[in-house]
Design a protein around this ligand. Structure first.
Ligand SMILES: Cc1cc2nc3c(=O)[nH]c(=O)nc-3n(C[C@H](O)[C@H](O)[C@H](O)COP(=O)(O)O)c2cc1C
Length: 183
């Protein structure tokens, strides 16, 4: 797929098939993350690829308990009959974390996430940014993050739900008129 077409046609997907992507597909996505730009080229990020359904179930139980409390605009009802899952029951969940002592950690992780979204889309996989483990939330589940392999000092800046799309994503909302040309 051409790069521009890939950028223009990517959509967030919130319904996944249970089928597991191949190791090769997952590696393609993670490699794209590793090649993202980072401030001073520091690459302090870590990408924890979770395929453990038991861990995902336990994580979602814990996330539900605090998201239901604090968020009025959460995705609590987006899963319908399938039940709550912040990652929409995706078979793969990639946690993107970094050492918060660096001023660009948040930006670095955002670049890595977007690289993953685009690489996944280019090879026919679906993604969605998942924020329920991010920043202030991640201390609520530090024990689970440690169990999965997230380094102790890292902060989670975002996660990627990954899998095969279970439905066509709904159309993108109109893009805002946000470009200013100054000649
Ligand atoms: C920083 C950030 C956080 C986001 N968090 C979530 C999230 O927690 N759950 C979710 O379903 N979508 C999340 N999204 C996806 C946005 O809702 C989505 O990108 C936006 O609605 C535009 O749709 P599109 O990705 O299909 O273009 C997030 C996106 C960004 C950039």
């Amino acid at each position: 797929m051409e790069a521009i077409e890939c950028i223009m046609t990517r959509r967030s997907v919130r319904n996944f098939k249970p089928d597991m992507p191949t190791d090769e597909e997952i590696k393609t996505v993670v490699e794209a993350a590793r090649y993202a730009p980072s401030g001073m080229g520091r690459q302090t990020w870590h990408f924890v690829v979770v395929r453990n359904k038991d861990w995902l179930d336990r994580m979602n139980e814990r996330v539900y308990s605090y998201v239901a409390d604090v968020s009025k605009t959460s995705n609590l009802d987006r899963n319908g009959a399938k039940g709550y899952s912040c990652n929409y029951h995706s078979p793969v969940f990639i946690i993107v974390s970094a050492d918060p002592q660096y001023g660009t950690s948040n930006d670095d992780c955002a670049c890595a996430l977007e690289n993953m979204f685009l690489a996944a889309h280019a090879i026919g996989l679906a993604t969605c940014w998942i924020n329920q483990l991010g920043k202030e939330y991640c201390e609520n589940i530090r024990d689970l993050l440690t169990e999965a392999g997230v380094p102790e000092g890292d902060m989670v800046y975002g996660c990627c739900a990954l899998g095969y799309a279970g439905e066509e994503p709904t159309s993108r909302k109109e893009r805002s008129d946000s470009v200013i040309y100054f000649d």
